[in-house]
Design a protein around this ligand. Structure first.
Ligand code: FHN
Length: 416
């Protein structure tokens, strides 16, 4: 894949990227939690007894479920196990520095109390509580930043939204009216009623025109000037670039601010049939890989219809947090390191220190790097009690360590 394919068509590059101080916290944060949650967690990938392939939150489109039928999910939605505090604490435990919740996904159901439609968590469900409000309060209490996903083009429930070809005739739809009289008022609501929102995560900018993207960007910044907007706003607008789902560019992307949104299994919204969980090692290596190339990792959880977080997600996030507790210095607030393009290791840097992350520890215990001016080497994990030496000679730097990897996921050596 070429670099452009990773960011196409939603590349958010703009003049001044990498310099806008509004992004400083985001650049330092590196790791966030995505939450895809809505009434699609009830069918969880199964409709009328049939397993519907694909990602769970797309079930309405994939099975072409008529609106009156899909609407019947809302009166069944009663996520009594939802515990905003627990989700926020899990994010913190995992080392994730910001949370992004789907306030409205493509199915049009709103996870917040809205004056613009009754098709929302407060008015249409027996649960009756504003899920977003509870999350915003928990984030404020726990001191973690909250961002919101909002599907600005696709809305399969709104008569003028994009994407529902089985209930509506596209030629009779007025997309401009939907943007002006539904999307904009709702964006105003989510930016007005829930305290500081660190970013708005727009998505799938399929038919949105440039002036519409620009107006949304202006609207967001007029209400909360510090609120960032992701590159999927469309028309190359936004504060940072968004890579394709689960895609990590092969090379350093130093000239832009960018993020990879990613799943722990293969779906965003909860699915009973998806057990294809990535290993903890894979997830930690993805985080390191992304950070070493200058990006952020936005890793998803999909709570079930009760509001419970799938246990495999919890286990993996906690294990990532345990690794980050010891190795966070080599991740948070770092820059891409001086050595790029190697298969078995990645580098980041901060001040005088270069952090060498070894993915595949050599049985010889010998790591040969390009020339570096190294004064000292230490294990970043102070508990590691194995010999470590460095020899800078000629045009290479040789590090000698033990035969077995000191860390089961990624070993980090600090070079000063
Ligand atoms: O269609 C959506 C999908 O459901 C999910 O929200 C992802 C997250 O990046 N974005 C779109 C596909 O790229």
């Amino acid at each position: 894949m070429t670099e452009m394919e990773y960011f196409k068509p939603e590349r958010g590059q703009r003049p001044g990227a990498n310099e806008d101080p509004r992004l400083d916290w985001w650049r330092a944060a590196k790791f966030g939690m995505f939450i895809h949650w809505g009434v699609y967690s009830i069918p969880a990938g199964v409709w009328k007894g049939e397993h519907i392939p694909g990602i769970g939150e797309w079930i309405m489109l994939r099975a072409e479920i008529p609106i009156p039928e899909y609407e019947k999910l809302a009166p069944q939605f009663n996520p009594v196990k939802y515990d905003a505090e627990q989700i926020v604490k899990l994010a913190k435990q995992a080392g994730q520095k910001y949370i992004v919740l789907t306030s409205k996904h493509h199915d049009g159901f709103c996870m917040f109390g809205s004056e613009e439609t009754d098709y929302n968590i407060v008015d249409a469900t027996p649960y009756g509580r504003d899920i977003l409000k509870d999350l915003a309060d928990a984030c404020a209490r726990e001191g973690i930043k909250l961002g919101l996903y909002y599907s600005q083009t696709q809305d399969w429930h709104h008569p003028d939204g994009f994407g529902n070809t089985w209930d509506f005739n596209e030629s009779e739809q007025d997309f401009g009216d939907y943007i002006d009289n539904y999307v904009k008022p709702q964006v105003r609501e989510i930016l007005t009623n829930y305290g500081p929102i660190c970013l708005i995560w727009f998505d799938t900018p399929r038919i949105i025109e440039r002036h519409q993207s620009q107006e949304l960007l202006n609207l967001v910044h007029s209400i909360q000037p510090d609120c960032l907007v992701c590159g999927r706003l469309g028309n190359k607008l936004g504060d940072y670039a968004t890579a394709q789902d689960n895609a990590i560019p092969p090379d350093l992307q130093a000239e832009i601010d960018w993020e990879t949104p990613a799943t722990i299994n293969d779906t965003w919204g909860f699915k009973t049939h998806d057990h294809n969980w990535k290993s903890t090692t894979q997830l930690i290596q993805n985080l390191v890989d992304i950070v070493s190339k200058g990006g952020n990792y936005l890793l998803n959880i999909g709570p079930d219809a009760q509001g419970a977080i799938p246990e495999p997600s919890v286990e993996r996030l906690q294990a990532m947090g345990a690794w980050l507790d010891v190795h966070g210095e080599s991740i948070y607030g770092t820059e891409p390191g001086p050595i790029q393009g190697e298969a078995d290791y990645r580098t980041t840097q901060k001040g005088d220190s270069v952090y060498l992350h070894v993915f595949d520890w050599p049985a010889s215990g010998r790591l040969v790097l390009p020339e570096l001016d190294v004064k000292s080497t230490t294990w970043l994990d102070a508990r590691v009690d194995a010999p470590l030496s460095v020899n800078c000679a000629g045009d290479s730097t040789t590090i000698l360590g033990p035969a077995a990897a000191p860390n089961e996921h990624v070993t980090v050596i600090k070079l000063t």
